[in-house]
Design a protein around this ligand. Structure first.
Ligand code: ADP
Ligand code: MG
Length: 698
């Protein structure tokens, strides 16, 4: 039977029920129901004795006989009560509806298996509306020991579509289509990855013959699901690489070599060298580079960016860096200008506040090719900004730019420039694999040597006084301090009150003229913010009181203390970003997480994680576990949330296996055209037809 047929082809499913199932559970074809997997299983191997029952309100299964039944009048209506006994004692079964039918159908003094939720009332055990089956029938049917439980809705249950009924439908369906279920993976492939076949897997995912077979069924179906997703992502990448040509940076020339040998201010870390190699491989290959560079705050992405740009320049191209804010762009400009001070490479900065005259100069030197490196903000995206031949665009903090925005600068180009996106927000590898499978990913997972880890502690509000004293000691030593308050949209008014109250109490504790305090928050005008920020940057103020506006950006190596107020209200990645503001200089730095005494268990985990580790990737993993993939950037359109059985967080090992399998397959057969891969090709193209969703990634 064709699995595209509607559910009404299953024995027992009427038109009315089919439309209920379609409306409530989005099940309309046979295929849908076959792939509607149980979310848990009831262990039906376990039988209880009445004498050993305890009052724990769980689902239990018993064998015994109904010895008598009576109807008892209540205030409203009546209830039917049966005395049920086994060789150890007796209990009650109760029905509030359907008396007549039950009374007629239950056989007195005949062995039954009953199943239901145990109640305890007035010293008596009872089960209301139990599932009942004659032992005689039970023995005749082929029983699955683990009984599936499917997710349902209230409407379904109220319409009589109980789990038992649904189970029956799936059973009928399997009987009707089992022989015709098509395999989706080649036999040698299944052998290689130790997977059971599709039929076995589907049968055992619904009606497991044993816990072992259930586990193998889950393994097979999860593997398959993740494998085909990876296959789609990787093929897309392959097609892009073959189709979209990129400029070749063939030679390592004068600029790169001179800088590398003479002006590099430090030895590169191994991680930086590795990433640089990865980039050089891309740009040397005729393919178009589309690479994500992840590296924690302070891991040294800037120097990698600069060396990449020098490579472009050596091959006759121009280069650009785009940053999300003026402060960040300026910082990049200053850093790169400083690094290039002994080199003959022109660098300019273009932002919203660049004066008209300067702007004109930049425009023309860009167009005639004499300007080699341009650093800037969104201002770079204006139509007037046109490079003569842009070879590489480096984008800092990707999520601030939409993809569409990236295009105008290189309209003079023959080919699109290589793209390197730098981000300090680590995305767990597992998630990156399933979300950004289409991008290449490089990771700087090592901090430059000699960097002191930021000492992080958690303190309750009641210890604020000693925190103030600590701040005074550090300021005494010439250091600067951040005090950050949460600002969360819904409670904006209250948050501002907290911020201003905090500012006042800090002003009292740290009076002028001995202390100077900056304050920066979102309601201030941009120029006032900038002014306050600059005072702090220049060291004119010792304390910066702020909302999270400082999250992205500022580099003040002299600031060595980060105090986070109401830290329990921040997300993990935010806390990590904030902590990254300190620890940039030579001094020991500190991060103090203040919180109230009452903490949710999640908040406790967050704060504890911060205290225990400063590894951005570990933090991102914990964050993913706490919040689920739905809240992590970039996942919304990616489909990782629509997985039927696999879980990108819990099934990492399977994901990795499935990914390597897909890679290996494509290495041997990039077009899936070999006869032995025909099965995969068929499934792949059916899937591509059905899931347009996967094409939205990247
Ligand atoms: P981020 O990855 O946050 O952009 P930066 O590129 O700004 O990091 O580097 C942070 C600091 O570390 C800078 O002061 C930079 O000069 C320094 N740095 C980068 N790489 C190294 C290295 N290999 N050895 C020593 N210091 C380094
Ligand atoms: Mg940086």
């Amino acid at each position: 039977m064709n699995l595209n047929y509607p559910l009404t082809y299953i024995n027992g499913i009427s038109n009315a029920r089919a439309s209920l199932l379609s409306g409530e559970l989005n099940l309309s074809r046979l295929h849908d129901l076959l792939h509607f997997f149980p979310y848990r299983y009831i262990d039906r191997t376990k039988f209880y004795k009445i004498a050993e029952l305890i009052n724990n309100n769980t689902d239990i299964q018993l064998v015994g006989r109904v010895v008598e039944m009576k109807t008892i009048k209540q205030k409203r209506g009546s209830r039917l009560v049966a005395k049920f006994q086994d060789d150890t004692g007796s209990m009650e079964l109760v029905w509030f509806k359907g008396h007549k039918w039950i009374k007629d159908s239950i056989k007195i003094n005949t062995p039954y298996i009953i199943y239901g939720k145990l109640n305890f009332f007035n010293g008596n055990f009872s089960i209301a509306h139990p599932e009942m089956e004659l032992v005689e029938n039970y023995k005749r049917k082929r029983q699955s020991k683990l009984q599936p439980v499917y997710s349902s809705t209230e409407k379904l249950v109220n319409s009589g579509l109980s789990n038992k009924i649904l189970r029956g439908y799936v059973q009928n369906l399997l009987q009707q289509v089992y022989e015709g279920i098509q395999e989706t993976l080649p036999v040698p492939f299944m052998e290689q990855y130790k997977l059971i076949d599709k039929k076995q897997a589907l049968l055992n995912i619904h009606f497991p013959n044993s816990p072992e077979l259930l586990a193998r069924a889950q393994q097979r179906l999860k593997f398959e699901e993740l494998f085909f997703i990876q296959l789609q992502l990787l093929r897309k990448k392959l097609i892009r690489k073959n189709k979209i040509k990129g400029y070749v940076f063939e030679q390592v020339g004068e600029n790169f070599t001179t800088f590398y040998n003479k002006h590099l201010p430090f030895a590169l870390t191994d991680a930086q060298k590795r990433v640089l190699k990865e980039i050089r491989k891309d740009v040397g290959s005729h393919a178009h580079m589309n690479r994500l560079l992840q590296g924690d705050v302070g891991s040294g992405k800037t120097i990698v960016a600069l060396l990449t740009m020098l490579l472009a320049i050596d091959n006759g191209f121009q280069a650009t860096i785009m940053a999300p804010t003026e402060i960040l762009a300026t910082q990049h400009y200053n850093a790169i200008d400083e690094l290039l001070k002994n080199m003959d490479v022109s660098v300019e900065l273009l932002t919203g506040s660049t004066k008209a005259k300067k702007r004109k100069e930049i425009h023309s030197s860009l167009e005639d090719g004499s300007l080699k490196i341009l650093i800037g903000t969104h201002a770079l995206l204006e139509d007037k900004v046109q490079f003569q031949n842009l070879g590489i665009a480096i984008i800092d903090e990707q999520h601030r730019f939409g993809v569409a925005q990236r295009s105008k600068m290189w309209q003079k180009n023959e080919l699109p420039p290589h793209i390197l996106v730098m981000t300090a927000t680590p995305i767990p590898r597992t998630l990156a694999m399933s979300v950004y499978g289409d991008l290449d990913i490089s990771v700087i997972d090592e901090l430059p040597p000699g960097r002191k880890e930021v000492k992080t502690v958690h303190r309750y509000d009641s210890n604020r006084l000693s925190v103030f004293n600590f701040m005074k000691q550090e300021i005494q030593k010439g250091r600067q301090v951040y005090v950050v308050y949460p600002l969360i949209q819904e409670s904006e008014a209250m948050d501002y009150k907290d911020l201003m109250d905090g500012y006042e109490s800090i002003s009292r504790e740290f009076p002028s003229p001995n202390y100077q305090i900056s304050i920066v928050h979102g309601k201030m005008k941009a120029e006032d913010k900038e002014f306050e920020m600059q005072r702090f940057v220049k060291g004119e103020t010792q304390i910066m009181v702020a909302t999270t506006v400082i999250e992205v950006g500022v580099n003040v190596p002299n600031a060595s203390v980060m105090v986070i107020e109401s830290s329990e209200r921040f997300g993990l990645s935010q806390l990590h970003q904030l902590r990254g503001r300190v620890g940039r200089g030579a001094d020991q730095s500190y991060c103090i997480l203040l919180s109230s005494f009452k903490l949710s268990s999640e908040a406790k985990t967050r704060l504890q994680t911060m205290v225990e580790t400063s590894d951005g990737f570990k933090i991102a993993e914990v964050d993913l576990k706490l919040r689920g993939p739905g809240n992590i950037m970039g996942t919304q359109q990616s489909g990782v949330l629509n997985l039927k059985i696999a879980d990108v967080v819990k099934d990492t090992p399977i994901l990795q296996k499935a990914r390597s399998a897909a890679i290996e397959l494509l290495q041997n057969d990039p077009n899936l055209s070999k006869p032995e891969n025909a099965v995969i090709q068929r499934t792949y193209s059916e899937l591509s037809k059905r899931t347009g969703a996967w094409s939205n990634i990247s």
